[in-house]
Design a binder for this molecule. Structure first.
Ligand SMILES: [Zn+2]
Length: 242
């Protein structure tokens, strides 16, 4: 079976003297691990396209029990992300999220678009790192089956106002009288609803006052960690920089 797909390189491991094992986020086949033989050699034509954060076109075939990349052409390399340790760390976290949460052998165009858009905005410094991190976390969670229920108070059904609680363990919101959880407000709730409900091209088009942005970022991260039950070394490294 031959597969032609665009993909982002999430992770690269050197194998043997000159080969690479590349984890790809492909638009057609989800997350896929494939060998790129001789790609470690600087004069190999796949050398550039099989490095971390490279987005390109890949030609892959299946050989017994492994996938082999036999051609790769880079379209975008995101060099700017390597020049700043925070941006580098955050991009590595985005890649780890994709590697962990995107299914294998299923189309993953939407995941790929979110990660690429976030990396592009991060590289161009269009939005704060914390904002991009939260939006990416929440949208990836929504795609991967962890859509929070933000329609109204989960117990009484009313639209909560003033003191609002977001329970990261059940992904529901509660009014002051009905439940507990992370305290948010109507501005943060509106931001969360916007990210969950909007098409990808609109998810970044809002802004929050500084304190609300901090709260928004804190609850998105807590929600992701609570729902997935995972530890991300890349996230811990990113946070160790502050
Ligand atoms: Zn209620």
């Amino acid at each position: 079976m031959r597969m032609n797909t665009d993909a982002l390189v999430l992770r690269v491991t050197d194998t043997g003297e000159s080969d690479r094992l590349v984890t790809l986020l492909t638009s057609e086949y989800g997350v896929l691990r494939a060998f790129a033989n001789r790609a470690k050699k600087i004069n190999n034509r796949m050398h550039g396209a099989t490095q971390s954060f490279c987005y390109g076109d890949f030609s892959i075939y299946k050989s017994r029990d492994s996938y082999i990349i036999d051609d790769a052409v880079a379209k975008e390399v995101f060099f700017g992300l390597r020049e700043d340790i925070e941006k580098l760390a955050l991009s590595q976290y985005f890649c780890a999220l994709a590697a962990e949460l995107v299914p294998e052998m299923e189309p993953a165009r939407d995941y790929l678009r979110v990660i690429l858009n976030s990396m592009h905005l991060l590289e161009k410094q269009k939005r704060s790192n914390g904002f991009l991190k939260a939006v990416t976390e929440l949208k990836i969670m929504a795609f991967s089956g962890f859509m929070p229920d933000l329609t109204g108070c989960s117990k009484c059904g009313n639209e909560p106002s003033g003191e609002i609680y977001f329970n990261v363990a059940d992904g529901c919101i509660y009014c002051k009288g009905c439940g507990s959880g992370e305290r948010i407000n109507s501005t943060v709730l509106a931001a969360m609803r916007h990210v969950c409900a909007s098409p990808i091209e609109k998810i970044y088009s809002f802004s929050l006052p500084t304190e609300d942005e901090k709260r928004f970022a804190a609850v998105c991260e807590k929600f992701l960690l609570s729902q997935t039950g995972k530890r991300f070394k890349t996230l811990e490294f990113y946070k160790s920089l502050f």
